[in-house]
Design a binder for this molecule. Structure first.
Ligand SMILES: O=C(O)CCC(=O)C(=O)O
Ligand SMILES: [Fe+2]
Length: 270
């Protein structure tokens, strides 16, 4: 069963020591990495979790601010954190932090996650409930300062399958390069652009002669900048390294997804 729709060819598959089946490691390059475990929890156990979470969690649908406008968050949420941690604030919203002791069974999943990733030590959990295909999370990175520069985020999914997308952030113009720089060096930049274009056209002509159709090559480049995972019932996806700095992710609306999905994201507040 291959749940990854697009990969870069940098993926490795290995058997997992904790008995949760295969794990796939996807190297996103430049220090970003995703680990995907399609069957982290068994099907039956996952349904028990789904029903517990659906019923016992005090779900809320808060008002958040996006691009300066207030709107209802398009999914339910709840937040759990160890005591004494700095408050989480995202999109102008500060969720109430419940204690792990309010939901003791959640400590079991936390333990299973820690066992799967030795050395990890998550101390907070943001829960999401998507009540159907109209609920979603838009493009974002979990790059809040309280998680540090290389946060590790583990996401465990229950219920309805949903697609999880990762897309590389556009690369930034290096600091110090201003409009003034462009005006001052306009002729040099124009010359360089023309040279690069001519060189590129020559390379393309050369490659076409050699045989591989240009559309295939373009597709390869685009593929390494975006990835799609189907997050099924009981699956786990970990993002680490510079994934939050260099990539954004989303769970888009899906007209065909009618049923509820619950997702747990474990994080470490520094
Ligand atoms: O539901 C998911 O799989 C992702 C949720 C997410 O990105 C978040 O809570 O920050
Ligand atoms: Fe996220």
């Amino acid at each position: 069963m291959n749940l990854i729709k697009s990969t870069t060819g940098h993926e490795a598959t290995s058997s997992n020591p904790n008995g949760e089946g295969k794990r796939q490691t996807i190297d996103l390059q430049n220090g970003s990495e995703v680990v995907f475990i399609p069957r982290f929890l068994s099907f039956e156990e996952s349904w028990k979790w789904f029903h517990y979470l659906n019923k016992e969690i005090p779900w809320t649908r808060p008002i958040i601010r996006v691009f300066g406008r207030s709107c209802v968050q398009p999914r339910d949420t709840c937040y759990i954190a160890s005591s004494g941690l700095p408050e989480l604030v995202y999109s102008g919203y500060q969720p109430h932090a419940y204690s792990w002791d309010d939901f003791p069974p959640l400590k079991d999943i936390l333990e299973a996650v820690h066992k799967t990733f030795p050395g990890s030590s998550f101390n907070s959990l943001l829960l999401n409930r998507y009540k159907g295909g109209n609920d979603y999370v838009g493009w974002h990175a979990d790059d809040e300062k309280l998680y540090g520069s290389t946060p590790e985020i583990v996401s465990v999914s229950f219920g309805c399958d949903r697609e999880f997308l990762l897309r590389k952030k556009p690369s930034k113009i290096p600091q110090g390069i201003t409009m003034h720089f462009f005006v001052r060096h306009f002729r040099l930049i124009l010359y360089l652009c023309t040279s690069v274009t001519v060189f590129y056209m020559q390379v393309q002509t050369n490659k076409r002669v050699k045989g591989e159709p240009p559309s295939k090559r373009l597709k390869k480049n685009r593929q390494s900048d975006q990835h799609s995972f189907t997050l099924k019932h009981g699956s786990l996806l970990l993002m680490r390294g510079y994934t939050q700095r260099d990539w954004v992710h989303s769970v888009p609306k899906r007209a065909k997804a009618e049923a509820t999905r619950i997702n747990l994201t474990f994080r470490r507040v520094l």
